[in-house]
Write a protein that binds this ligand. Structure first.
Ligand SMILES: Nc1nc2c(c(=O)[nH]1)N[C@H]1C(S)=C(S)[C@@H](COP(=O)(O)O)O[C@H]1N2
Ligand SMILES: [Mo]
Length: 312
């Protein structure tokens, strides 16, 4: 992945987060989720434990909607940070479905409507960190992927879960460049995929996902570097063997299968000890990167006994 460049977000793009509270009302009215929060309580259960591990409250640090939707990695639209903002609006989003197959007792195709109804869509405020050294705090709307996995009944051979993302040659100009052996593929171990924090995402700030964030459905895996969270998913395959994932294919020395956020394991070309919060302005101080991105309490046990320097 190219080196970190400074965000090109005009100050006028950064909206005050007071606007957000009215969107939360929208979220409730739209029935988009079990948002059982009073007006004053802006800290859902999802965030509170994590916040204790990090610097201050996640809700206080929420990245503005404009920053979340205008500074993105989505190489299908180009490698520039604003390419997804510029081009992803042309994506064909309907009809959409995800085919779930492989080591499952009940392989099937889920159309988007059915997917959205499989479980209650909740708000989950997650700190997300890109391998390039920038981060955001994003109020996602989604539910645990485990809800979907349960329906298809993984067999005893299912050890990995692979995510294949959309390849729309007509709408995605980045596909013409062979940066990646398209389509973009990511994967998790099945225990990682089944972890309650691993979220199938349909929205941000109470609105349907925009193309640049992976519309209409993507993953959010908050303790891993951003590239593990595939956007615009079309197929989920359960496998016995570890699949070859896109970034491991492109540069295995730089991007490992696990890609857990780990400030102690530098990327071969840069340190991973700190990060820059997008939307804080060009001169915002860097913040410390936390082990497992601050989610160690919840996920460290998944890696008990593993050498995380070797399994980067
Ligand atoms: N299909 C697809 N998914 C992808 C990517 C991509 O290029 N293509 N980029 C990844 C990377 S590197 C990051 S950091 C996150 C960024 O998600 P966001 O733009 O919604 O913050 O998406 C991930 N998912
Ligand atoms: Mo990333």
């Amino acid at each position: 992945m190219p080196k970190l460049r400074l965000p090109k977000i005009p100050a006028t793009h950064i909206t005050p987060e007071t606007v957000w509270s009215s969107r939360r009302t929208w979220l409730r009215q739209a029935g988009m989720g079990a948002l059982a929060l009073g007006a004053g309580q802006i800290m859902p259960a999802w965030a509170s434990k994590d916040a204790a591990a990090g610097a201050g409250s996640l809700a206080d640090q929420l990245t503005s909607e404009d920053a979340i939707t205008s500074y993105n990695n989505f190489y299908e639209f180009g490698t520039g940070k604003t390419d997804p903002y510029d081009y992803a609006g042309n994506m064909t989003l309907s009809p959409w479905s995800i085919r779930v197959e492989g080591e499952v007792a009940k392989p099937q195709v889920f159309d988007l409507d059915r997917l959205k109804k499989l479980a209650a869509i909740e708000e989950r405020i997650y700190r997300m960190r890109c391998v390039e050294g920038w981060s955001m705090v994003i109020p996602w709307n989604g539910y645990s992927l485990s809800n979907l996995l349960k329906v298809v009944e993984p067999t005893s051979k299912a050890k990995f879960v692979e995510f294949t993302t959309a390849m729309q040659v007509d709408t995605m100009p980045g596909l013409r460049r062979r940066i990646i052996n398209w389509p973009y593929v990511e994967a998790l171990r099945i225990d990682e995929a089944s972890h309650p924090l691993t979220t199938l995402v349909f929205g941000v700030y109470g609105k349907d996902l925009l193309g640049q964030n992976g519309a209409p459905v993507r993953l959010a895996v908050p303790w891993k570097y951003g590239f593990k969270s595939g956007k615009s998913i079309v197929r989920i395959r359960l496998l016995e063997e570890m699949p070859l994932t896109s970034w491991v294919d492109v540069a295995p020395e730089e991007y490992g299968f696990y890609a857990n956020v780990n400030p102690q394991v530098p990327h071969p070309r840069w340190s991973q000890a700190t990060e820059r919060r997008i939307g804080g302005g060009m001169f915002a101080p860097k913040v410390e990167t936390l082990m497992f991105n601050g989610y160690g309490d919840q996920v460290a046990s998944l890696y008990a006994g593993m050498d995380l320097k070797r399994n980067y």
